[in-house]
Every structure is written in structure tokens, then in C-alpha cells.
Design a protein around this ligand. Sequence first.
Ligand code: NAD
Length: 474
Amino acid sequence: MTMLRSFDPASGDLVWEGESAGADAVAAALLRARHAFPAWRALPVETRVAVAGRYRDALEARKDEIARIISRETGKPLWETQSEVASMIGKVGLSIAAQAERAGEKRSAMPFGEAVLRHRPHGVMAVLGPFNFPGHLPNGHIVPALIAGNTVVFKPSEMTPATGAAMAECWAQALADHPFVFQCIQGGRETGEALVAGHIDGLLFTGSAGAGAHFRRVFADRPDVILALELGGNNPLVVWDAEDVEEAAAVVVQSAFITTGQRCSCARRLIVPDSVFGSALVDAVAALARRISIGAWDESPEPWIGPLISDAAARSARARVDDLSGRGAKVILPFTGVEGRSDAFVTPGMLDVTGTFVPDEEIFAPVLQVSRVADFDAAMAAANNTRFGLSAGFVSADDALWERFALESRAGVVNRNRPTTGAAGSMPFGGLGESGNHRPSAYYAADYCAYPVASFEAGHAGGNMGAISDRLRA
Ligand code: NAD
């Protein structure tokens, strides 16, 4: 038996302990999900919507407790995890609206009867979640998948099993009359591999680009399996001009350092003109970043950011920063540990990489790489010089330049004078290139949770002979 444990990255305290699901347990869960599918699919959508409503009530009743669980497991401050749970609750209403709008039923009259558009669920969906929003992101797959009539087997990140377990308790309450429609299995990579290798009809994945590329290969010859990949990015933020440098710096700091840089949409690359304004902006960003309060999730006053997810994550980010320095990047703001804290705590770092060859990789930590460019053409080229394409940001009051940025940016989220992390559940969320596979999530999750079926329908077979009878006689 393999045990799984999660720890508070701030204190090192044990948060959750339990058994990892082995291959047999995963196969058994998938079989139960398959048996549960026909009855769940056959229910009227209103019944599934009512179940989702009960799940929302269960979350609502435990929202403070669940926020604390997420904070303990991820180190994120309570203000942030409270907003994460609010997003999970809000997702239910958004998913109901999206289902009706994008995946409902439409009937149009035809001379012979009706043309009917319906959407059908795929079957058994595997959901793999990341650690950084361990509630909100898998929730964003699970709620629409269940409303559409799929059954779900969910494996939370191995870093956040307690969050997954709390979600599973809420679903168990909501689905008391519908056993095995939703199941949560715990475990690490091996459990995930067993799930992906099992008999599934879809894999809904939010996580790293490396794992996403692996799944693309695994399912290359499986067109029957729907694959929704929500992956990482190496996101650019171009700050071109601003009347108020402090305000522009605030956009950058929120883009790059919120959630200790552990948001997929965080800005990783700051592109500025090689000018007096560019230098003033970089100085203002560094000054503001130095003021960021860092602490444990339950400290008072509340910190703005907590630690990284683990000591190992901090070590790996530091190695990446050392590599950049070795390539010639100049330190603007050192990326260091925090005295008297666990190794997972780090300070925001900034490096000037102008003229340095840097690998096109996501550093999932508060590390911002600054490039100074000669003109707007160079800024645009630098912004798009990535194999990823999740988010991109532009700071400027110039409408014409914004039009160009919006037109030419290769990204799924392109914001102006707002942080790159700004996103809404009422909009699609997904990326191009190595950031996804053109199946955006958030509001558009309804699209990958069901497939459209077009039908011509007549009440009886009369009228068909008339269309061919002349030719038959000839
Ligand atoms: P990860 O890829 O390491 O793990 C995600 C999940 O997949 C975990 O449950 C893990 O156990 C499982 N997994 C990983 N490799 C697997 C394999 N080969 N077979 C089966 N299961 C496997 O990601 P993470 O470190 O938890 O999350 C951070 C990453 O997620 C970052 O790259 C971030 O940018 C990305 N992310 C993307 C979005 C988005 O919406 N685009 C949102 C949040 C995070």
C-alpha cells in the first residue's frame, strides 16, 4: 500500500494522509463510473442542474472551512482562498447558463417536420487537477461535465489531496441518490497514469505543458477520447507608456507576483521601451515588489503572498534563476529565501535579460524577466516569441497601438491596462500553441463536455417517396 501525504508549505505540518489508489482501484472506479453513466445521462437536465445546486449549497455551507483547507495545503493567504471558494460556488450558476446557451437543445421547423440540435455527454470523464487552484480549476471541469450528463473520476494533485477530499464530500452530499456518478481517487503520478490508461471517454486536464504534450501523444490515435488541455504559459506583458508610472507598475506587480507567481496567467516576461520611461517603470516595479508582504496564510495582518507550494518547488525555481544569471541575465531584484521561514518562502525576483538567450520555459514562481526593446515592432515580436500562448498584457493609453497588439497577439487572454491574470468565469479561458489544444475552459467548458448531434425528424415516413418517385418511374 502506498501512502500519500500533503503538508502545509509554511509550517511543514501534515495536512492530509491517506492511501494512494493503485491500478486495480482506479480500474474499479472507472468501471463503477461506466455503470453509473446510462442512468445519469438519461435524467432530464433539470435533475442534474438540481444536483449541482445541492453541491453549491454544500460548498456554501462549508466555504470558510474549505478556504482554510486550501490555504493550509497550498500556503495561499486566506483572502485568496476565500475568493477561490467563491469562484467554485459561482461556477455552478455559470455552468448552468453555459450549458443552456452553448450545449442546449434547439428546434427549427422544416417542411417535413423539425431540425433538432441536441448535445450528448461523452461518457466517463477523467479529471486531473493542478495544485495552484486545487478547488477552482478541477471544479471548472467537473461541474459542467456532470451537468452535461457525464460521470467523472477525479484525481486531485498529489500536493492537494485534502482539497480534493473536501470537494468529494460536497458531491457525495449532492449525489446521495446517484452513487458513483462522481468519484475522487487520490494518488500521485502513477495513479494519474493508471487513470489515463483506463477505459475513459475524455481527459479534462489542467496542469503543466510537459504533461499536456505527453497526453497529446498518448491520445494521438484515440479520436474517440475528448482531450481538453489547459496548460502553462510564458506570458508577455508589454508596458509601452503610462501617465502614471506607479499605476503601470501596479499592473506589472499584480501580473507577475500574485499567488507567488503560481498562476498560469502570470506575466513572466516584461517588455519595455529602451527609454527613460522604460527605466522608470522597471525601477517602480522593483520598488513596489520590495514592499510585497510575504507570510503564512493565517498570519495577521494577512500577507499578500505566501510561500511556494514546496521547498522543492523553490529549489527548482532558484536553479532556473541561477541558470539565467549564468547566461548573462543581470539581477534587478534578487530572488532569495526569506530569513526565519521555511525554504518554500521566496521573495519576488527580477532579471534583465536584454540581449541574453533565455529558454522559452515557464518558471512557476515570482520571477520576472525584463527585456528592453528599440521600437514597437520589436516589442510585438518579443511578445510573440514563445511556443506558448496563454495570456498577454498591454499597458498603454494609445488606442491604435492597442488595436495592433490585440490583433497580432498570439494568446487566448489578451488584456489592456489590466493584469494578465484578469479573467472571468463568464468568458472562455484557454491558450494557443503549447498552452492548450483549442478547447478553452471556463465558460466554454460546456463545449467539450458534450458533442452536438443534428437530427432531421418527421413524425412518419410519408413524403419521402414524392421526392424520388419521378426519377424512379423514369
Ligand atoms: P502537473 O502537470 O505537474 O500536474 C497536474 C496533474 O496531473 C496532477 O494531478 C498530476 O498528478 C497529474 N499528472 C502529471 N503528469 C502526469 C502524467 N504523466 N500522467 C498522469 N497524470 C499526470 O501540474 P501542477 O504542477 O500541478 O500545476 C501547475 C501547472 O499547471 C503550471 O504549468 C500552470 O501553468 C498550469 N496551469 C494551467 C492552467 C490553465 O488553465 N491553463 C491553470 C492552472 C495551472
